[in-house]
Design a binder for this molecule. Structure first.
Ligand SMILES: *[C@@H]1O[C@H](CO)[C@@H](O)[C@H](O)[C@H]1NC(C)=O
Ligand SMILES: *[C@@H]1O[C@H](CO)[C@@H](O)[C@H](O)[C@H]1NC(C)=O
Length: 176
């Protein structure tokens, strides 16, 4: 990342921290997510997005990320000879495919205005990520997770979906 855009991100984070109750939905969503810095980085710097647009974008980003990792796990599964690792990777592949499915369902829920279901979907995605990570610890043989970064990313993205759906339902109920 270029230095200037890094410092812009930093400015955004700092201004978000100073004024968390501003009417800027982007900072509201990111502050509520598990990793505000990650959140601001993946969304980019355009603050002029509605809670609905942010939720849609969070779902798109999470689907793309989970699908990308699923493809990667599929390759690991193919190339590995170790039986235990094959078990781990097939379980993780199931978690990631489940995450993709739930995120796609959430896109429909968003269209239908069922925001609490979008929120639930985000929570499930966070669980899928931590389930995959924990699989490495549950299988005997002291396997070190090769998917920590991916699981972290998916967990953070799930928390952004949760935060965005929260802000969205709040913003719509406030108007009614
Ligand atoms: C998921 O998103 C993160 C943050 O943008 C990125 O660093 C990572 O490469 C992505 N992973 C995949 C598999 O697309
Ligand atoms: C919802 O809005 C109210 C009033 O603006 C605020 O006090 C509350 O913290 C908001 N809740 C969430 C989840 O952002």
């Amino acid at each position: 990342m270029a230095t200037s855009s890094s410092s812009l991100v930093l400015c955004l984070i700092i201004s978000s921290l100073i004024a968390p109750s501003t009417s800027n939905p982007l900072s509201q969503v990111c502050i509520k997510s598990k990793n505000p810095r990650f959140c601001l980085e993946v969304f980019g710097l355009n603050p002029h997005r509605s809670p609905h647009e942010l939720t849609q974008e969070a779902l798109n980003l999470a689907v793309a990320n989970a699908s990308g990792t699923a493809t990667k796990i599929d390759i690991f599964l193919d190339r590995n000879e170790d039986g235990n690792l094959k078990v781990i990777y097939s379980l993780c592949l199931n978690y990631y495919q489940a995450a993709v499915d739930v995120l796609k369902a959430a896109e429909e829920f968003l269209i239908q205005g069922q925001y609490s279901n979008v929120n639930t979907a985000g929570n499930i995605v966070e669980e899928d990520a931590s389930n995959c990570e924990n699989t490495f610890k549950k299988v005997p043989g002291n396997y070190v997770s090769t998917l920590t970064k991916d699981n972290e990313n998916l967990g953070f993205l799930g928390s952004i979906v949760v935060a965005a759906a929260d802000i969205l339902s709040n913003s719509t109920s406030a108007k009614n």
